[in-house]
Design a protein. Structure first.
Length: 215
């Protein structure tokens, strides 16, 4: 069953990366969507991509083109198709939906990923790692996915998670940037608790003969 323009535009709005959330055209798109002016909401998304001159995914353009076609916006639909081809021609890889990118120097690109997409990945990863069961077991839990993974710290139903990567000298743990508990969401992590947890991780590493470095 074909999606309606309303559903297509809502999905595009939901998967725009946080980087653009304060942009005028993104705000316009939300306002127009809220008043059921779907053509104007769609045009605002097109203008968002144009004004930033960033690469948006092929699917972003294809879906907007589909919605425009359904609404009889022939010029907009044709333009979206052209932009889809431009994205494919301008990059040497297919940009996933929910991602944007732009060139910052000759050989470097900056990538932005939708927070909604990140949350979906996080939910799936936690499910695979059995977080629901881990939340009943206080302490440190080590998830190994080869050359990277996560250290989960559970305390009385609260959860912290720290990503790690395997380096020559051992494990590098991305610790310092975390200032909130993951569960309950956004609960502040007190400095004294963070210091205490860091020491518990150091003790755990020593017991398990793991060499660990903190970022």
């Amino acid at each position: 069953m074909e999606s309606s323009p309303k559903k297509i535009i809502k999905r595009m709005i939901d998967y725009i990366p946080e980087f653009y959330k304060n942009h005028r055209q993104f705000q316009n798109s939300i306002e127009f969507y809220g008043t059921n002016e779907f053509g104007l909401a769609l045009e605002s998304l097109v203008e968002l991509a144009d004004e930033t001159d960033h690469y948006f995914s092929e699917e972003f353009w294809t879906e907007l083109g589909k919605a425009a076609n359904i609404m009889g916006m022939d010029k907009v639909s044709s333009y979206c198709k052209k932009q889809s081809k431009k994205t494919l021609a301008g990059l040497d890889y297919k940009l996933p939906f929910g991602w944007t990118t732009y060139k910052v120097s000759e050989n470097n690109f900056q990538v932005h990923i939708s927070e909604k997409l990140n949350e979906e990945w996080k939910t799936e990863r936690r499910k695979k790692d059995g977080i629901e069961k881990l939340l009943t077991e206080n302490g440190i839990h080590f998830s190994n996915k080869g050359r990277n993974g996560y250290i989960y710290f559970v305390e009385n139903g609260k959860l912290l998670e720290f990503e790690w990567e395997l380096e020559v000298g051992g494990i590098r743990l991305w610790f310092e940037a975390e200032n909130h508990w993951c569960l309950p969401a956004k609960l502040d992590l007190k400095k004294e608790d963070k210091s205490r947890i860091k020491q518990l991780i150091i003790d755990w590493a020593e017991r398990n003969n793991e060499k660990i470095e903190f970022d």
